[in-house]
Design a protein around this ligand. Sequence first.
Ligand SMILES: [Zn+2]
Ligand SMILES: [Zn+2]
Length: 625
Amino acid sequence: MKVVLPDNSELELPDGATGLDAARAIGPKLAEQAVLVRSNGNIQDLRAPLEEGQEIQILTSRDTHDPDALYVLRHSTAHLLAEAVRRLYPGTKIAIGPPIENGFYYDFEFPEPIGEEALERIEEEIRRELAEGRSWNREEIAAEEARRYFADQGEDYKVELVDTADGPITLYTQGEFTDLCRGPHLQDSKPIKAVKLTGLAGAYWRGDEHNKQLTRIYGTAFYDQADLDAYLEALEQARARDHRRLGVQLDLFHLSDHAPGMPFWHPKGMVIWNALEDLRRRENLKRGYVEVKTPLLYDVATWVTSGHWDKFKDEMFLVPYSDRELGLKPMNCPGHMLLFGSGLRSYRDLPLRYAESSTLHRNERAGTLHGLLRVQHVTQDDAHMFVTPEQIEEEIFGCLDFAAYLYDLFGMEARFELSTRPENKLGTDEEWDFTEAALRNALERRGIEYTVNEGDGAFYGPKIDLHMTDVLGRSWQMGTIQLDSQMPARFGLSYMGEDNAEHTPYVIHRALFGSLERFIGILIEHYAGAFPFWLAPVQIRVIPIGEAHREAAHRLADELGTYRVEVDERNETVGKRIREAEVEKIPVVILYGEKESDEALAVRERGGEQSTRSLSELREYLATL
Ligand SMILES: [Zn+2]
Ligand SMILES: [Zn+2]
């Protein structure tokens, strides 16, 4: 048989040859370092047979940053973890252990719960395995045999996996550990140069909260110790920026089981919230939006009409009402459709841009909530534009410019993603051809680079999603611009055209911050809590040095009354009060003591030096922030 190598040359091999055989035929060094076969974007175990004419690329332990090479390394390390756990904790049952982005995990049912402190011991055991050396053996067997093997060992989860598996069953063995696994795996453990167990979490078997809760151990592995060090450093930085931690430290918000996934905003958090709301209002007004307010609860029939009932019902909170059922809105669209439909509309009224920043509720699956980034109480900076077909492009331009303005304000760069018709779409392919082309054209005519996400559109129309990359290089989905040819017709909406005939408007759904909750969560991490002056909950703190200076400090605070100023007159040392102002990341701190006067204020800028300025110089400086 013949296979095709990356340089398009052909390699002649005996029938039934494997990837490893191919590597050997090329050279012993390659065979030794080989970790994986990649073939047209798919990955394949080195020990699996190749097919006639197959295009293959052999990855090696020198492809240290290749995602597929890391994938196989981490998957193999997950098996080492399971081996170590089984040895250290007899009676532990094993569930699944896949590689994930940046690492791997393995789910276990321990006879007794374990704590974080156990991770070090397990990690040491993995290191011992590595020092001893492991190699992987791959074997295809009959399902019945696999079932018996795992049943004998009391591995109920594996038995269930065998019973629900389709395709051939493969087992991988290393050391004294055998796992049911599709692979692929390394040849041996030599390429695993750095391992770290990174955390512990609860996880339901098969992600279903009705099932038993297992213990998930997270870890990561690299081909190079330096890569692990760099990764841990980045993780440390992310931790220091974690909005949940900073949210408490800066007294912005808290979450509580009294209202799962529904933040309690503290006064300082509300300052940020309101600053964003003011920004939203001001910019909407400039751009010809009108503010509306629509109800929170709607009869289920309304959700049936909008199409949400079919696609979204599991994510809605329902409330009984008399002999009916009402649904708490997860979106504003139906309210805005009903509002548009409440009067006669003419083409002269269009585009009509309804804006509403209203509370939405989404019933998220337990275990998926995450600080402010995934909440059940969502406040969108929502808007719906009712437009004629001719107005679509101009409106999309308006949204794109608005988004660019906002993201620029926060020093964030947006990436654009066009999502096309999903499988569960409403409407005909012709309608989707039109709406998809409209979005595509708008992006192209604005010269915006974008990627296409096939099949990821909303059920009523294609969308442009805006993703931002924060200072740590992490990507977040923020705004969305969606072109809808379905919902207006379902609500029977129309406007009188210039031709005196009735037409159905198109609707553009758009949110640019996305959800305010999530946006603030991202901002906290983006700025590491050190908000720019205009957003900072406390902009200036005045610290009187001694008791005698309190009055002067308050007078100064009053003078600066247009800013958010606090006086810290506690009986603490000056050093301690300055340090606390630093921890709270207050942009400007002013010391007031014997030497100070309104002509000579000691001004400390966040992260900068202390300088002496007069009150008028200070005012000039503040105006530049
Ligand atoms: Zn596996
Ligand atoms: Zn909408």
